[in-house]
Design a protein around this ligand. Structure first.
Ligand code: ATP
Ligand code: SF4
Length: 327
């Protein structure tokens, strides 16, 4: 990694959801450091806790969620603050200005009766009421160009006049307009056609370079990670199973779950038959004992059903939670 200045440090984060069947253990003791200007991909099957992690960072967890423990330290201009305990009014300014979030299906959250120009004006005015409309539109034109959109056409359009891919790029532009230090994107390319996906992924790399922004990209798609991330976090059953730079994860995956995820990407192996990891993700109301992956793991040993492996560094910057690597 070219830069090792911390921007976010997550410690012992545990989140549960109350449900009719009992508590869903959505995040279990997450520890993760995120560095300035990196693009970190958070991958895992559906239900592994990726969105919960993003919502915890931006304090937008639903009402039935409970943060049982943990801290999320944000390093800001030489100071550090715990996002989870800071005064909410103060935190509201952090949202968009410091940390922007582009939710899954974000393109559908544009207001159908507002032109795109007014979306930009409303977003900026909510944080800076004195900003002039001319200045906002000037900046909007800049960010729209960076996301490869034609400002003349887009600013005067209503959302329904734009394609899905264009709307998604508008959402990314809206997230960028206040120059946040961190941008979190939940499945930025899902439900888009292949051409729009390619444009957005290529574009994200340019955005990172031009805006000096830290990107957290949440996806179930290893292909997306390969395109944009320089570091990868693999989540399973509310836990981090493996962390490493993108080359280590793709060329030397250690965790059997990561190996399974990579086998399930046909393009990477030049295969036409789609592989899927046998079995189902676990029920997080009653997660498996020991290593959560043991019911699906081809290498499971007796100890894996009883004891829980912790995340340990095996090679520099490459961490894995698996007994295979403990001697
Ligand atoms: P996806 O890709 O499907 O969004 P994810 O990896 O982002 O999955 P989360 O959405 O964070 O996973 O979900 C983690 C666990 O928490 C899952 O078991 C999910 O069913 C559960 N969960 C998520 N939101 C709620 C909620 N509001 N109430 C109860 N359980 C929830
Ligand atoms: Fe498989 Fe055991 Fe490693 Fe878990 S700890 S991934 S069950 S070998």
């Amino acid at each position: 990694m070219s830069n090792s200045e911390l921007i976010l440090s997550i410690r012992n984060l545990t989140v549960k959801y109350r449900s009719r069947r009992g508590y869903v253990n959505a995040l279990r003791n997450i520890n993760l450091d995120i560095y300035r200007n990196e693009a970190i991909g958070i991958v895992g099957e559906s239900g592994s806790g990726k969105t919960t992690l993003a919502l915890a960072i931006i304090r937008q967890l639903p009402n039935n969620a409970r943060i049982v423990s943990g801290s999320i330290i944000f390093y800001n201009d030489g100071n550090k603050v715990d996002l989870l305990t800071m005064n909410y009014n103060e935190f509201r300014h952090y949202l968009w200005e410091k940390i922007a979030f582009v939710p899954q299906g974000a393109m559908n959250s544009l207001n159908p009766v507002l032109k795109i120009r007014d979306h930009f004006i409303e977003t900026v005015k909510a944080h800076n009421p004195d900003a002039s409309k001319e200045e906002i539109v000037r900046k909007a034109r800049e960010v729209l160009k960076i996301t490869l959109l034609d400002p003349d056409r887009v600013l005067n359009s209503y959302p329904h006049q734009l394609s899905g891919g264009m709307k998604q790029r508008v959402m990314i532009s809206l997230a960028l307009i206040l120059n946040p230090a961190v941008i979190i994107m939940d499945e930025p390319t899902s439900s888009l056609d292949v051409v729009s996906q390619k444009i957005i992924l290529q574009n994200l790399k340019d955005i990172m370079r031009m805006f000096n922004v830290t990107m957290i990209i949440i996806t179930h798609d290893m292909g997306v990670v390969a395109e944009v991330a320089n570091r990868v976090v693999v989540m399973y059953a509310g836990k981090i199973m493996e962390v490493g730079d993108v080359e280590s994860i793709f060329y030397n995956p250690l965790h059997p779950y990561t190996q399974g995820l990579l086998k399930a990407v046909p393009k990477l192996r030049g295969e036409t038959e789609l592989y899927s990891i046998p079995g189902e993700p676990p029920d997080l109301v009653n997660p498996p004992s020991g290593c959560s992956f043991h019911p699906r793991c081809p290498f499971a040993m007796d100890m894996c059903t009883i004891n829980e492996p912790s995340l340990k560094e095996v090679n520099k910057g490459h961490l894995v939670a698996c007994f295979k690597y403990e001697t």
